[in-house]
Each structure stands twice: as C-alpha cells, then as structure tokens.
Design a protein around this ligand. Sequence first.
Ligand code: G3P
Ligand code: CA
Length: 319
Amino acid sequence: NAVPQSPDHASGPTVIGHRGASGYRPEHTLASYELAARMGADYVEPDLVSTKDGVLVARHEPEIGGTTDVSKHPEFADRKTTKMLDGVAVTGWFTTDFTLAELKTLRAVERLPQVRQRNTVYDGRYQIPTFQEIIDLVQRLDRELHRDIGIYPETKHPTFFKNLGLGTDQKLVDTLNRNGLNRRGAKVYVQSFEVGNLKALHRQLRVPLIQLTEATGQPYDFTVSGDKRTWADITSAAGLREVATYAQGIGPDKNQVIPRDATDHLGKPTSLVKDAHAARLKVHPYTFRPENVFLPADFRSSADPTAYGNLFGEIETYL
Ligand code: G3P
Ligand code: CA
C-alpha cells in the first residue's frame, strides 16, 4: 500500500498557485496561472465547473456574480436566478445557464476587492478560461521555462452539476486522457471535497487524488450523499485509513494543521498530520492567504513584510 511515487520535490514544500497567483491577478484567469508559474509555483490550481453546453471552465463557484462583470451585462439580467447549492439557496448567475460562447463575452473581476485592492486594476481584462486552455498554457510554459509545471484541478460541487445533467467527471477524465495527463508520473493531482466523487474518479484516474477536508463540525455533505459522517469523522484515524483506500493525500483547511499542536474545530488537540502520515497520506493544507486568517487591522502597514510568511503572495505551500 505504498503511496505512489509523486513528481514533487525531493525535499522542501510543494508550492501550489492557489487559483493561480490570485494575490496578484484576478483568480482563475490565464494571467493568474501564468504569473504563478513564472513566480515559481510547482502547480497551478484551477477550480472546475461546467458551462450549459458541458465545457469545463475555471471558476471558484458555479455562481459567478462576484468573479465576473456579468451584472453589468443587461443582456444577461434575466439569467439571474436562485438555485440550491449543496443545501443552500444561492442567488446570482450560474455557469450552468451560460454557453461557453456567452461566458467568453464576460470578463473576470477581483472577487475580494477589499482584501486585494491592487488586483482591481485588472478588472475587465481577462476572460474565463477553459480547462483545456489552462493545460495549453501550462504546456507552453513548460517549454519556455524548461520545467514541468503541475496542474492541480478541483472538481467543484460535482453532485450539483451531475444533478443538472452536466456531470464533470467524464469531461475531466476525457480531458486528461486527451492531453496525455492521465498516467502515473504526470504532474497532476485531482482534488475534491466530495468523498463519493473521489471514489468514482479513483476508478478512472491514474493520477493521485486528494480528499479535501474542512475545519467545521458539520456533516461533510449531508445534502448531496446522505452520508451522515462529520468532517471530524472523516479526519479521524479510522476515517483517514478509509481515505487511503481511494486517495493519496488529504487537503485540510490549514487551521486543522497549523501550528502542529493546534486544536481543531471541536477544541480538541489535533493529530491530523500524524494520523494522515500513519495512513500513508500526503498532507496538502490550504490556503495561506489573508482572507482565511485573522490578521491585525494594520496588517497592510506591518513593519515586517515577512511577518505573515508568504500570505500576501497567496502561494499555497503544502506540507
Ligand atoms: O485547494 C483546496 C482549496 O482550493 C479548497 O478550497 O474554496 O479555495 O477552492 P477553495
Ligand atoms: Ca480550490
């Protein structure tokens, strides 16, 4: 049951450009991914969602009101709708109501303008990229930069898309196959929060899988699978042993693992890293950036620019 050999560094942390270099360009744009690669990231991380015509594109969520200029397009005013997303009513514009051609008329905007004000100068410049365009970019940069830049896609809300007849699994598998990336040794990880999704992908993919986890006491996805376990169950020593039957690592919220002697959401000492390693799982925590941590009000003027590690770079370092 050895963990498959990964193409990571022999030593030191693996660095993932979370949604690209999202501290410097609007997230999930080709500009963001390219900058992450040029900054030295080992991987770029696209969140994958489906269009109405079944194309995989990169957006943090299926709802795109906050990450694009769609609200400024009068021709799409009547596409605003409310949908149930994993048990929560969400109002806005959903990728599932737009063809790829329609989405390409939109432009990305900074999702967190209060936090990343510097990014707002790029609002309106970049299109929503397809997964294939991201792969093409990475392969072009491989040749230019003479190194193998990895791709670390996340299947976002896969059951939501499946229930709409727009399942993303087969498209992901097909795209990786078509690009010669569904093979051992390819610099690819596939990650998801949904256990059932990863178990299904495990049967079709030869690249390592990562089980994402959350630092909450909630059932992990009670609205989509009927699984009554909590995240605490899934990250228990026994839960991790089960994860190891279909995945090669976990992707915990960093608050579950840092500092090593931190307490988890239940207020108990956490042994997550130790337990995961005992189950022969890699540990790839997310995400080192300002909106996920408690920063002092004056963090922008901190005298010590290194005080928060590389938080401002928004480059995700994986343990
Ligand atoms: O890489 C894990 C992380 O990306 C999951 O959370 O919301 O940033 O996609 P999110
Ligand atoms: Ca993600």
